[in-house]
Ligand binder design. Structure first.
Ligand code: ADP
Length: 185
């Protein structure tokens, strides 16, 4: 069955603003915000924590089986929020947003979160070396990957508006809007 709504991945280094964007977009679009970190933790889809980095060692098979059983691949309208993106099957995903942030701003956000030592260093390096952007470009078609800046509240506002416009166009292109008009004609 053709999806009625697109599925969107929001990715980027921790601290770039994924949760902030995903929550606002889910609210304004009426989409479901899926925080992959939360699911991994709540459902126990992991094999413990990497002690040094403090991140979960994810059981990807269990996570994907769980997502497959939702209406994500059926009706769509999901926002997947995670600091990785290469594991989601291409057929599920219509747009990949990679959020980016200046390194001094990111440094302040991460230290405010209590990140230090190796965890802080690895995340800073990841942003500077655009690891997530490269991962997105390697994993998905070029035309569905967009890089957006997330440094100020105005950026968030502008990004949300842009994605709303994109979703509208997607619905039109995919025949998910205007069916009623066609029937009436
Ligand atoms: P992530 O989910 O990527 O780890 P969050 O959305 O939790 O990031 O944001 C981390 C912190 O940075 C939060 O305190 C959030 O309010 C702030 N933040 C994120 N994006 C922006 C932005 N564009 N402008 C101002 N503050 C931001």
């Amino acid at each position: 069955m053709a999806r009625k709504n697109p599925n969107i991945v929001i990715t980027g280094t921790p601290g770039v603003g994924k949760t902030t964007h995903a929550e606002q977009l889910a609210r304004s679009l009426g989409f479901k915000h899926v925080s992959i970190n939360q699911i991994v933790k709540d459902e126990g889809f992991h094999e413990g924590k990497d002690e040094e980095l403090g991140s979960w060692i994810v059981d990807e098979d269990k996570l994907l089986d769980y997502l497959e059983a939702t209406s994500l691949s059926d009706t769509g309208g999901y926002i997947l929020d995670w600091h990785a993106c290469d594991l989601f099957p291409e057929r599920w995903i219509d747009l990949v947003i990679v959020l980016r942030c200046d390194s001094t701003i990111l440094y302040d956000r991460l230290t405010a979160r209590g990140y230090k030592d190796k965890k802080l260093e690895e995340n800073m390096d990841s942003e500077i070396m655009q690891v997530l952007l490269d991962e997105a470009r390697e994993s998905y078609r070029e035309e569905i990957v967009v890089e957006l800046r997330s440094e100020s509240a105005e950026d968030v506002e502008g990004n949300v508006e842009r994605v709303e416009g994109w979703v509208k166009a997607w619905r039109k292109d995919n025949g998910a809007e205007g069916d009623e008009e066609k029937k009436d004609a």
